[in-house]
Design a protein around this ligand. Sequence first.
Ligand code: PNS
Length: 188
Amino acid sequence: MNKGIAIYPGSFDPTTNGHLDLIERGAKIFEELVVAILRNSEKTPMFSVAARLQMLRTLTAHLKNVRIDTFDGLMVEYAKSLEATCILRGIRAISDYEYELQMALMNRKLEPTLETVFMMPADKYSYVSSRLVREVAQAGGPVKGLVPEVVEQKLREKLDLAYKFHDEMHAIKPAGVGGKERKRKKKA
Ligand code: PNS
């Protein structure tokens, strides 16, 4: 167990099973892990900071050394204010490496005493990202197994209309009365 506080910063819009996997791994090796949601992102989020905070709190309630917080401005300044010693980030595939390396080195330049520690989530989540989850959900596709159930429910509520449309489409097609068959029936 590593003494001291580690920060796991990110957008968490929304939290995926990959994030949760990493939080659980981080909680095992750090004395205290602060999952920190960036408040002032340039991106337009799908979920408000309050909703993301609430979801993460629910999802990590069983982890006694994990705390959820939000931050603004420079991450290293926030880390210093907590007297954190490490930044935790996840690397899923080689494609993450370049961005993560750049960020880690910039953070080191800004605050040399702060170490970035990379961990890998379970390989079954190696293709899961918040962006793809949003994309699939927005198009009415299933996200089961990619995000925790609480998040799936929130996505469902948010995108109720899209899901309704998707469900209706699927209610018609499997009945076998689509395309050619429908035409045949009409002719008969
Ligand atoms: O989940 P994300 O969107 O990949 O997380 C990116 C995040 C929030 C970790 C990063 O954008 C960040 O730390 N932003 C805060 C501003 C900052 O400190 N920028 C310099 C980092 S190189």
